[in-house]
Design a protein around this ligand. Structure first.
Ligand code: UD1
Length: 420
């Protein structure tokens, strides 16, 4: 099993280019199933999750061409041969459930393995299913799978009890080919939803209001192939912003949409980090002022992103003063606290809140990635810790970061990948 060996690193400096968004490309690839012709997706990040989605689409019947060098994937589905996302793939990547909406819309049938719990929470899919039911599908469960059938999907008004990103996407995709108008209320407003809507509209769909809490989809009889470049990854952007801040460095982050990282920018400024939003990208300077604590509370977009919470917590462990971190999106997203505490962060958990004392001289230790973003948080902590940090179970990082250690090394970080 591979590991990262991380040594204390001085202030990071230089420039880094952000890749396409993981959370945008996965639903877009699933939505390509809806098209009659070929879809060419550009700015695709080289990630394990993208490989899994390619395999899944191939097993469904798509012809998939991955061009790693040019970050392009071409998808063409002439005939769906298997209306199913099997357990083997859903277990490797939860986003496999995003094929359910397109399969249902295209063939009237979808069978998807229930994803089960994951390290950050139970993560049910009841809101996805509630949406399909409202569109006229019958839902059956059994043997670890959920199946949806519909002779015809008919547009409906759907209120989501929580603005779930995945449920909004799955319902949007199913409604794209339904008869009549679908309105999703209390929809998720994440930039990835807007990117999916833009992609669907290029295929000929009629989606309006993406990026607000009410999305209107007028179903059309068929969709055609198109070309689309994926938005930059706002969580990767935030990861490098935090890396510059925690090491008290000076880094220019290129290929970013600064609007997408507004809450992260606001919190970093509160902590004393200087952010320059320029035409070239976002420059993050942690070297100009003493850094101080700030409280954070995760919320659906445009609130502070839950995916940035572990990384921000690592950063807060190193600044002056205590802070409180409240996680409201997932019920169990504090697995990284035990690992940070192995590095002497001394964080205490009280229900959905964590108290970070701050001003800790972190110490290198053997730690694990408990999930994707938690793993990135351990890497940042490792850059500031005295001695060596040995990070294992790094397959989580391969899922969601493109050229992870190479990008950090180009900024002067001391991180090496080794095979045991
Ligand atoms: C997506 C992102 C993930 C991010 C999360 C929240 C992708 C591939 N993943 O995950 O990186 O952390 O948004 O920003 O885009 N819920 C229900 N019932 C449902 C669906 C969700 O109760 O049917 C709950 C979940 O358990 C969770 C909350 O809603 O507590 C948010 O989940 P959701 O927005 O659906 O996240 P994902 O789409 O799974």
């Amino acid at each position: 099993m591979a590991k990262y060996i991380i040594e204390k690193s001085g202030p990071l400096h230089g420039e880094v280019e952000i890749s396409g968004s993981k959370n945008a490309v996965l639903p877009i690839m699933a939505a390509a199933l809806l098209a009659e012709g070929e879809c060419e997706i550009m700015d695709v990040p080289a990630l394990r999750d993208v490989d899994v989605m390619c395999k899944l689409l191939e097993s469904i019947g798509s012809k998939v061409e991955e061009d790693y060098e040019n970050n392009t994937v071409k998808i063409k589905t002439e005939r769906i041969v298997e209306e199913e996302a099997p357990y083997e793939l859903v277990q490797r990547m939860r986003a496999s459930i995003l094929t359910m909406g397109p399969l249902l819309a295209k063939t009237g049938h979808a069978r998807v393995a229930l994803p089960g719990g994951c390290p950050i929470g139970a993560r049910p899919i009841d809101l996805h299913l509630k949406g399909f039911q409202a569109l006229g599908a019958e839902i059956e469960r059994g043997h670890g799978y959920v199946e949806a059938h519909a002779k015809k999907l008919i547009g409906a008004k759907i209120y989501l009890d929580f603005p779930s990103v995945g449920a909004t996407e799955n319902i949007m995709m199913a409604a794209g080919l339904a008869e009549g108008i679908t309105i999703i209320e209390n929809a998720a407003e994440e930039p990835e939803i807007v990117d999916l809507a833009n992609f669907m509209n290029k295929m000929g769909a009629k989606v309006k209001g993406a990026g607000t809490d009410t999305i209107r989809i007028e179903g059309v009889p068929s969709l055609h192939g198109t070309k689309h470049a994926v938005i930059p990854d706002r969580i990767e952007t935030g990861t490098f912003m935090l890396a510059a801040a925690i090491t008290r460095g000076n880094v220019l982050i290129k290929n970013v949409v600064s609007d997408h990282v507004k809450p992260v920018i606001a919190k970093l400024i509160e902590c004393g980090v200087v952010i320059e939003d320029t035409d070239e990208g976002i420059r993050v300077r942690g070297d100009l002022h003493p850094l101080v604590a700030a409280d954070i509370k995760t919320m659906p977009y445009p609130g502070f992103p839950t995916d940035m919470q572990p990384l921000f917590m690592a950063f807060l462990s190193t600044v002056k003063g205590p802070s409180v971190v409240v996680e409201t999106v997932f019920e169990n997203r504090f697995m990284h606290v035990g690992e940070l505490n192995r590095m002497s962060a001394d964080i205490k958990i009280e229900g959905r809140s964590a108290v970070v004392p701050g001003e800790r001289l972190l110490q290198g230790a053997q730690v694990i990635c408990t999930d994707l973003r938690a793993g990135a948080a351990m890497v940042l902590a490792g850059f500031m810790a005295d001695g060596t940090t040995e990070l294992s179970e790094i397959y989580h990082l391969d899922r969601g970061y493109s050229l992870f250690s190479k990008k950090f090394r180009s900024l002067g970080a001391n991180i090496q990948r080794v095979s045991e």
